[in-house]
Write a protein that binds this ligand. Structure first.
Ligand code: ADE
Ligand code: ZN
Length: 341
């Protein structure tokens, strides 16, 4: 087996993937037809083209207007996991969804959450992949809207719901704006994470950890501009869910050999790789490892370290995490025996 195939076949955990960013173009076309929604182009693939996070977020909203009933939500969750399994040997995911992308257009929260849970169950049955859900605060919403969303999520809780996160454009809206949502989530026993320092200074990482009670950081690239925050996160073993391709496209790091993720690894931070919005960025979880590890000439030892960082960063309890680690280590040993460098 060559190195690219080996990287694609490594067993993987994914902790930074937005279900709404995983819609297959053919599914968007199908759902648009089903609900009589006009698309601006027959070639739906053409929709997925942008240069800034703001353009991206507009299309993200638009394509998801085709996802309406419980079956639609089940279908997109199922296909999203199927793609992860088939393209990158995905074993386990904690998956974001954006409730306020759906509820303001009249979709009940129960439809969103039960539909996603249906798709997760079906994918586990067919492919053995496991998945939990993280509800995302959308940064451009008001604090009141985010709090109402958090209450609504908790009132419609499904067993798969394990956490609260936050996405959207980071620069204009600081983490502290959403303290009430994070406090409520913490009281209700949800785990907490947030996109931070994707497009803002490392002070946002500190605020997420100290003010919002986050345990992980999604992205985090600008941390490298503050050695003290780097030192703290290294000492505390904070995990960073990094996304090479999405940020290469919308944040101006087109060369993966010069991406800040490299500096984060060199600084001793705990990093693993994720696809973020795979279909929308024309990537998949397998390709993220093939491209980032391959283009940087990293050895198998580092690839395996990143994979196992993903396992350690999950919110599984200790015994389930240890079990997952054993499964991964056994599969890695088998793959190592087949690798021809
Ligand atoms: N929502 C979905 N993908 C996102 C990203 N990469 N950054 C911010 N918000 C997002
Ligand atoms: Zn993201």
């Amino acid at each position: 087996m060559d190195y690219a195939e080996y990287l694609r076949r490594l067993p993987k955990v994914e902790l930074h993937c937005h279900v709404e960013g995983t819609l297959r173009p053919a599914t968007v076309a199908d759902l648009a037809k089903k609900h009589g929604i006009a698309l601006p182009t027959e070639d739906v693939d053409e929709l997925y083209t942008y240069e800034t996070i703001y353009e991206f977020l507009d299309i993200f909203r638009f394509v998801n207007s085709t996802v309406i009933d419980r079956d639609d939500f089940a279908r997109v969750a199922y296909e999203s996991l199927e793609d992860g399994v088939k393209l990158g040997n995905l074993k386990y995911r904690e998956m974001f969804f954006n409730p306020t992308l759906h509820t303001p257009r009249g979709v009940p929260m129960a439809t969103v959450m039960n539909g996603l849970a249906d798709g997760i169950h079906a994918a586990e049955q067919d492919f053995g992949v496991r998945c939990f859900l993280i509800a995302d605060v959308y940064r451009q919403d008001s604090p009141e809207m985010a709090l109402a969303m958090t209450e609504d999520v908790l009132a419609n809780r499904v067993p798969e719901l394990i956490g609260l996160g936050m996405d959207g454009a980071e620069a204009p809206d600081p983490p502290e704006k959403f303290l009430a949502s994070y406090q409520l989530a913490g009281k209700a026993g949800l785990r907490r994470t947030s996109h931070a320092s994707e497009d803002a200074p490392p002070a946002n990482i500190t605020a997420c950890l100290d003010v919002l009670g986050c345990e992980r950081i999604d992205h985090g690239y600008h941390i490298l501009s503050d050695e003290k925050v780097v030192e703290r996160c290294r000492d505390e073993g904070i995990h960073f869910t990094c996304c090479p391709t999405s940020t290469a496209v919308v944040y101006g790091w087109p060369d993966l050999t010069a991406h800040p993720i490299k500096g984060m690894i060199e600084a001793g931070l705990k990093v693993h790789l994720n696809s973020d919005d795979p279909t929308m960025f024309r990537t998949d979880i397998g390709k993220e490892y093939v491209d980032f590890i391959g283009q940087n000439g990293y050895p198998p030892e580092l690839a395996k370290e990143l994979v196992l960082n993903g396992v350690d960063a999950t919110w599984l309890d200790d015994s389930d995490k240890a079990e997952l680690r054993r499964e991964f280590e056994a599969e890695l040993t088998t793959l190592d025996a087949q690798l021809v460098l």
